[in-house]
Design a protein around this ligand. Structure first.
Ligand SMILES: Nc1nc2c(ncn2[C@@H]2O[C@H](COP(=O)(O)OP(=O)(O)OP(=O)(O)O)[C@@H](O)[C@H]2O)c(=O)[nH]1
Ligand SMILES: [Mg+2]
Length: 465
């Protein structure tokens, strides 16, 4: 697959629906021969009328000898009024993997080839139906796991990010034109005659806006990808009970025996439109333990986290080893929330030392909960949301930037503008920096993006997209 390269001009085919059994499956054909190919495999009561597209035709996909393979609905699209901008056809058939395979083979017999990953979307991009940022949002929308992620992807698909970038590109182009015009005239002069003060102001304003977008993007990535939360603690503190309670599912084994959990368990839950990827891990303790439990502890400690919830048994006064654990966890990179569990049995830990955050500066805040009765879980969810997003209410906002590639390019542009500010007197170099900034912004929407980069972006799509 890797050495197959993207080629326009072929007629391509792929299933658009997920593999596996379903009520229906959709097969897409796109390319100059799409209508002809569809016509050769389809027999309906009414013949295909290529001049009247976007109508649903009922009939059969038939084998070469005319034998029906499946009863289907066929929809034709004529260029440029289709997703790809080419002539296209969609066949809805029954969702049996066997039928899908047979129909695909049948269509290939008539001259179409199997599409590469992302090839439909790439054609839409190549034909100017959508820009690169919009193409990328198609993948995001399909993979969205929460309302927030879906909304962000949809905004990008509607071209909101692209429109915003255009409003940044125009002043940048004007500044560049200003500097370049001056270079043409003043080639002989020692000192540039454009107004350095004005140019500096323009560059600074642009840089501020880009920095704001980057900051928004860091949050946007959380909306798109979610937050990894690891439950950590000493054995029997109630991690698995809390895991089940947050997921509202009886997933992890809970027992009064210390050292119950060994494998790392994973499940997702959503708070206010943001996905939390939750991990339950083995309790950490010292002393003689078997090698399976030791391996569990190793896995617990190597589970990457954006946030940690330190679960302690809050119904008993904090022991030295509990405090040592909390202090140790607070030194990890990920911020931590202290959850004093078993509040239904009393809050002895909390009475002894209010949250222990004085001892452990890396611990954000403490909350008293009962994983068993559900008490305090709403407050814990709220704390998780705030810790992940940096604030509360106004977060869900509407991030325009959610994608690492875009954030990196915005950073490149910001860096180039920073360089430009250092070289206000050096016309040629200044112009070069401004052009570099412009180039980075253009790459987000795909203007002048190199083929290798396009290959990389689209090859991460699934086949059929
Ligand atoms: N009363 C009360 N008991 C709880 C609570 N949370 C957990 N327990 C009990 O504490 C014991 C240990 O719970 P687990 O959830 O298995 O603890 P764990 O931290 O996952 O333990 P390991 O997997 O061994 O590290 C069980 O008997 C639970 O029923 C709680 O909020 N209140
Ligand atoms: Mg457990």
């Amino acid at each position: 697959m890797a050495n197959r390269t993207y080629r326009e001009g072929d007629t391509i085919v792929a299933p658009a629906t997920a593999p596996g059994v379903g009520a229906l499956a959709v097969i897409r054909i796109s390319g100059p021969e799409a209508v002809a190919v569809a016509g050769r495999v389809f027999r309906g009561a009414r013949e295909i009328d290529a001049e009247r597209p976007r109508r649903v035709l009922h009939g059969h996909v038939v084998a070469r000898d005319g034998d029906p393979i499946d009863e289907v609905l066929l929809t034709l699209f004529r260029a440029p009024q289709s997703f790809t901008g080419e002539d296209s056809a969609e066949i809805s058939c029954h969702g049996a993997p066997y039928l899908v395979r047979r129909i695909l083979v049948r269509i290939q017999e008539e001259g179409a080839r199997l599409a590469l990953p992302g090839e439909f979307t790439r054609r839409a991009f190549a034909n100017g139906r959508i820009d690169l940022a919009q193409a990328e949002s198609v993948a995001d929308l399909i993979h969205a796991q929460s309302a927030g992620a879906a909304r962000a992807a949809l905004r990008q698909l509607q071209g909101r990010l692209s429109a915003r970038l255009r409003t940044l590109r125009d002043p940048l182009l004007r500044t560049l034109a200003n500097v370049e015009a001056d270079l043409d005239f003043a080639a002989e002069e020692e000192v540039p005659s454009y107004d350095r003060g004005v140019v500096a102001e323009q560059i600074k304003a642009l840089r501020d806006t880009l920095e704001q977008l980057i900051e928004e993007g860091v949050r946007g990535r959380i909306v798109r990808d979610g937050v990894r939360v690891v439950l950590a603690g000493r054995p029997n503190s109630g991690k698995s009970t809390l895991f089940n309670a947050l997921l509202e599912e009886d997933r992890a084994i809970v027992s009064e025996e210390a050292g119950t959990t060994r494998d790392v368990l994973h499940g997702d839950f959503v708070v206010s439109g943001i996905v939390f990827h939750l991990y339950d891990t083995a309790g950490i303790r010292e002393g003689e333990v078997g090698h399976v439990e030791r391996e569990g502890m190793r896995r617990a400690q190597s589970t990457a986290a954006d946030l940690r919830v330190l679960v302690v048994d809050g119904s008993i006064p904090a022991r030295a080893e509990d405090l040592a654990f909390v202090r140790g966890a607070a030194t990890e990179d990920a911020p931590a929330i202290l959850a004093r569990n078993k509040s239904d049995l009393g809050d002895a830990w909390g009475n002894a030392r209010a949250g222990a955050s004085d001892d452990a500066p890396g611990v954000l805040s403490g909350v008293s909960i009962s994983a068993k009765t559900g008490d305090g879980l709403a407050a814990l969810r709220r704390l998780l949301f705030e810790a992940a997003t940096g604030d509360g209410d106004d977060f869900v906002g509407e991030p325009l930037v959610t994608n690492t590639r875009h954030i990196d390019l915005l950073r490149d542009a910001t860096r180039s503008l920073g360089d430009a500010l250092e070289r206000l007197d050096e016309g040629e170099l200044l112009a070069e920096d401004l052009r570099a900034a412009l180039g980075a912004l253009n790459e987000i929407t795909g203007d002048g993006t190199r083929e290798e980069v396009l290959d990389m972006i689209f090859s991460s799509f699934c086949i059929g997209k």
